[in-house]
Structure formats: C-alpha cells, structure tokens
Design a protein around this ligand. Structure first.
Ligand code: ZN
Ligand code: ZN
Length: 212
C-alpha cells in the first residue's frame, strides 16, 4: 500500500540532518523546538528516519546489556496484561488531521491547518508565526513571497530551516520541500525564495537572530 496519499509523491531530498542531531534526537536530548524540526524532517525523509531507527536500536541494545535486576515471576505476564487492557480500553483514535503542506508533527503546534496560523508581518511581505515550545530554543513558521529575499541576518547560535512549500536559495545551495539547512554560528546569509511560488519554512534557532 502506498505510504502517502494519492497526491503525495516521494520527495527528492538533498539536504539532511547531521549524525549529531539524529543521535541527540534518538537520545531525547534536544530542546522542544529542535526536536520538532527534526521530527518534521524525519516525517518527510526515509533516509533520516532509517538512521534514527538505527540509533534507537543501538540505544535499545545498550539497555539490554545493562545490569539486570531481579523481578518477580509474574512481572512479564503482569506487564503484558497491562498492555492488553490498556489497548482494549484505549479510546478510539481521533480522525487523522490532514493538511497538504503541514507534516503530522507540526499539526498540533500550528492548530490544525495553515489557515489557523496567526502571521505577523516582518516587512517586504515576509511574515512569521512563533510556535509554542519551551524557551530553550525558538520555532517559527516563515512565509516568504515568491522571489523575495529574507532580511540579511546572522546567528549567535544554530539555525535550522526546513522547507515545507516552495523553495529558497542562498550561498549554501537550493532548498526545496523536505530539505533542511543547518546554519552554524556566524553565518551571514540572505535566503531568496524561488520565483515559482511563495515559500513556507519551519525555522528553529537556539539564540536570537541578528538582523542588519
Ligand atoms: Zn533526511
Ligand atoms: Zn539564517
């Protein structure tokens, strides 16, 4: 059975997560906003999803090798009973929300669909909307009209930008849906949205941007 709906096609993703991010995600060690953008990329990218599963398996093996603790004889059957009962008593899952642009991990943060986003203007038609995450890193949606440049800016920390719709280009390359740009500290860049359509990105920073 196809994994995606009839209108979705597999993406040709060229810009991926780093091993460091994948490892930290698998270990559950990322700030909420970074976790969100990693989860969103993984929902679009088979390659990085496989890498996460590999790290998860390594983590599981480490747990298996850890010192064993004596448990009562009925521990396993008790656990299985618990799983069975909770499965039986679990409420019916809510119908899956769908939005052609927003991958599943983003839906709850955005409020269901792009029409629910409360955009704030940044000038030149560029808009953004902060997403509710813990304050150790910031997640926002960015809307850049076709052919428009983002204001030139630098970063004090890490900036991750994942394309959801359209595409942008900067000195690091061309980024389309599913591609993630990982911009390190002190990179100065001016992403320009592709002329063909408006660009929507998820952007995460772990320190404020510095606009010129
Ligand atoms: Zn990837
Ligand atoms: Zn940037």
């Amino acid at each position: 059975a196809p994994r995606y709906g009839p209108k979705m096609t597999a993406l040709d993703i060229k810009h991926h997560l780093t091993d460091e991010l994948i490892m930290a995600y698998s270990a559950g060690a990322l700030p909420e906003a970074v976790n969100l953008i990693v989860a969103t990329h993984i929902s679009l990218c088979d390659e990085c999803r496989a890498a996460v599963e590999a790290y998860d398996a390594i983590g599981g093996n480490v747990l298996d090798m850890a010192e064993t603790v004596a448990v009562s004889d009925d521990c396993l059957s008790g656990a299985l009973d618990l799983i069975r009962t909770s499965a039986w008593s679990a409420p019916a899952p809510e119908p899956v929300k769908r939005d052609p642009i927003l991958p599943e991990p983003l839906l709850d943060y955005v409020g269901g669909s792009l029409e629910d986003v409360n955009w704030k203007p940044l000038g030149m038609g560029v808009k953004h909307a902060l997403l509710p995450t813990s304050s150790d890193a910031t997640a926002r949606l960015l809307y850049i009209p076709a052919g428009t440049a983002m204001p030139d800016h630098g970063h004090r920390g890490l900036e991750l930008t994942l394309v959801l719709k359209g595409a942008f280009e900067d000195a690091d390359g061309y980024f389309a849906r599913g591609d993630i740009e990982i911009a390190q500290e002190d990179l100065h860049h001016t992403p320009i949205a592709d002329i063909s359509e408006d660009c929507i990105c998820l952007a995460v920073t772990d320190a404020p941007l510095r606009f010129k």
